[in-house]
Design a protein around this ligand. Structure first.
Ligand SMILES: NC(=O)c1ccc[n+]([C@@H]2O[C@H](COP(=O)([O-])OP(=O)(O)OC[C@H]3O[C@@H](n4cnc5c(N)ncnc54)[C@H](OP(=O)(O)O)[C@@H]3O)[C@@H](O)[C@H]2O)c1
Length: 276
């Protein structure tokens, strides 16, 4: 079993340096993947109300036999439930589907600036954390401006911002902002969603030089940036390979060459993307 290094979040909780994504698994697939991943040594899990697999993730956790306090379970608030009371109710539904006493990390999935209710949701999340039902609160797809608004209006910074991040979209400016404010960066679609990135000549050449796979090169790039990647894989072999990135290092030139390319967003633009 591989042991994963940990970060400490700005609220003092421990946070594994790499985790497992579960979109677009269904309940059955998620249960298998989560139980298998926990046996391999994964301790950070990522789901969301909108993935419709929280029950499967919860079953995988229960089945694994790994002590609950060793596992960091993340889920997310969907756009249709923004608002104070709506957030309290939505969280309770997620907690019930997961079958857990508490959730480790709860994120606002998208800011939906046009709807304009993410601060109300944030206040509800602060209350849930005070009540002990959530250990850490964070956001996803927030810009620096959205995060500053949370701090200005509530005095509470998120512990994590989960953003689209991979060598096609290195997000240098937002990462620097996070670092300055003590917000941990978490990377979604860290492998570029299984796109051509893994066949890219620069990535392949670094992988050949180091004797590892292209996927491992890209995940190691995240780890060395201090960002926490959550690669999704339903395959036990790829889950194992994705976890095995703590025994080698990329040099400065290898770090640079991987991200030297035209920028390309694979998902939505946080300023305008709406999903409910
Ligand atoms: N907050 C948000 O808005 C947001 C948005 C998107 C995603 N997410 C989260 O981030 C997680 C990861 O993102 P993602 O699933 O979009 O993309 P990803 O993790 O970059 O890529 C996943 C794809 O790559 C394949 N894959 C996994 N490991 C591989 C390897 N070593 N070599 C080659 N192919 C590999 C997977 O297939 P196999 O399963 O067959 O291995 C899958 O098709 C999601 O599962 C979800 O939890 C969050």
């Amino acid at each position: 079993m591989i042991s994963i290094p940990e970060h400490t979040l700005n609220d003092g909780t421990r946070f594994p340096a790499l985790g497992l994504g579960t979109w677009p698994m269904d309940d059955t697939e998620a249960e298998e993947a989560v139980a298998g991943a926990l046996a391999l040594g994964y301790r950070l899990l990522d789901t969301a109300t909108n993935y419709r697999n929280e029950s499967g993730v919860g079953r995988g956790v229960a089945r694994s036999g790994v002590a609950r306090e060793e596992i960091v379970v993340t889920t997310k608030l969907p756009g249709r439930h923004h608002g104070y009371e709506e957030t309290l109710a939505s969280f309770e539904e997620s907690r019930r589907r997961l079958g857990l006493e508490y959730v480790d990390l709860y994120l606002i999935h998208w800011p939906l600036p046009r709807v304009g209710r993410f601060v109300d949701s944030w206040r509800a999340m602060i209350k849930l954390r005070e009540e002990g039902l959530i250990r850490s609160i964070g956001v996803s797809n927030f810009t620096a401006e959205h995060i500053e608004r949370l701090e200005r209006e509530t005095g509470v910074l998120p512990s994590v911002n989960q953003i689209e991040l991979h060598p096609l979209l290195p997000q240098a400016e937002l990462r620097a902002f996070h670092e300055a404010r003590g917000v941990r960066t978490e990377s979604w679609s860290p492998l570029g969603r299984g796109s051509a990135l893994l066949d890219d000549p620069a990535v392949v050449s670094v992988s050949e030089a180091l004797g590892v796979t292209p996927g491992q090169v890209v995940l190691r790039w995240h780890v060395q940036l201090g960002a926490v990647p959550i690669p999704k894989s339903s395959s036990p072999e790829r889950q194992r390979a994705n976890l095995d990135v703590f025994g080698f290092e990329l040099g400065p030139a290898q770090m640079a060459v991987i991200a030297e390319r035209a920028q390309q967003r694979l998902g939505g633009d946080p300023e305008v993307h709406e999903e409910f």
